[in-house]
Design a protein around this ligand. Sequence first.
Ligand SMILES: NC(=O)c1ccc[n+]([C@@H]2O[C@H](COP(=O)([O-])OP(=O)(O)OC[C@H]3O[C@@H](n4cnc5c(N)ncnc54)[C@H](O)[C@@H]3O)[C@@H](O)[C@H]2O)c1
Ligand SMILES: O=C(O)C(=O)C[C@@H](O)[C@H](O)[C@H](O)COP(=O)(O)O
Ligand SMILES: [Zn+2]
Length: 364
Amino acid sequence: METVRVNLGSRSYDIALTHGATANLGAFVRAALPKTSSVLVVGDSNSWPHAESIQATLTRAGLRAGSAVVPAGEASKCLERLAGLYDALYELAADRSTAVVAVGGGVIGDLAGFAAATYNRGLPLVMVPTTLLSMVDSSVGGKTGINHPKGKNLIGSFHQPAGVWIDLAFLNTLPAREFISGLAEVVKYGVILDAAFFAYLESNSHAVRTRDPGALLRVVTRSCRLKADVVEQDEYERTGLRAVLNYGHTFAHAFETCGGYGTLLHGEAVSIGMECAAQLARKLGLIGDEFVSRQTKLLDALGLPTAPPTRWPADDLIAVMRRDKKAVGGQMRFILPTRLGEVKLFDDVPEPLVRTVLESAVSR
Ligand SMILES: NC(=O)c1ccc[n+]([C@@H]2O[C@H](COP(=O)([O-])OP(=O)(O)OC[C@H]3O[C@@H](n4cnc5c(N)ncnc54)[C@H](O)[C@@H]3O)[C@@H](O)[C@H]2O)c1
Ligand SMILES: O=C(O)C(=O)C[C@@H](O)[C@H](O)[C@H](O)COP(=O)(O)O
Ligand SMILES: [Zn+2]
């Protein structure tokens, strides 16, 4: 077992990286949360087989374990499903030591995490990510929340988990499209923080895409460490540093929102968003053609899309971008690359340039 430590003072926690060792999760939860005697295990209709066996494991460890299942998919990041989790916590007679155990992808982590952040004004949270995307990104760092029909993740809070339990064996049941979607956030780390990691992905794209165990462990461990380093320095996205994790996301969130949260997977939208951000940076003279083509080639090699499936009206996309959480006074903000391994925040990008990038995106 490997461990990545997230150092946040009294909110520090371990990310445990295992392979097929989930029988030990009870001991992990007991060590992280010695005062906890009851848990609510939350999963979705696809992650449920894993969640059910986790519920049994936690019961064997002497914890009173209730459960709640929500329908799979992005649409579950909504008020109705959140209310269902509050009801389940009430039925369980949850007190402030009751832990929420989120077993699933980013949807379950964000939704159950927000229920944990708000029920009784805050319950302990344990993340058990079961998709690649949630292992490398959403289970780490404490962002929780749900969508507003007009804007992605507009309702939420920062609530760090008490521990993250990654079992790579969970990926054995993950469909290819979902696995590939998670790779977009992995490429993101290379672009924004680590040129050597980007080069590793270029040289090992086949091993990564075919889920070679060694490549997978390296990719997940490095991604968690890179994200933890950023979160440790700017936990609440106040200094602007954490915003680098939003590379490609100004565009991505607009695509997801205009698609009604049902057209593109989050990672697919991020991949297209990174392509748009690179095109924008090239038009601004921040980077050259070589950067753009290396990024596009890697995304292609990993099976990720680089153009939106539909031509959403630029006006609609821009309206969403102006309400993005990073926006200030309706001014769009973009994280743009300045060289491989480095990005900066820009809030003065001329709208016509953004429009050009959006309008040329489908035909690329
Ligand atoms: N909080 C954060 O920091 C953060 C970071 C990145 C993304 N996100 C959010 O995460 C969400 C995307 O996460 P995701 O890609 O994990 O999507 P997801 O949670 O919808 O999971 C993808 C699909 O895989 C299924 N699934 C999950 N585990 C499985 C398994 N082991 N075997 C078979 N099927 C399985 C799910 O039921 C779902 O159908 C988005 O809502 C995004 O906004 C949050
Ligand atoms: O953890 C972060 O910070 C991120 O930005 C990670 C992103 O991959 C993730 O999609 C996040 O939910 C987007 O943040 P948001 O604040 O724009 O909703
Ligand atoms: Zn993301």
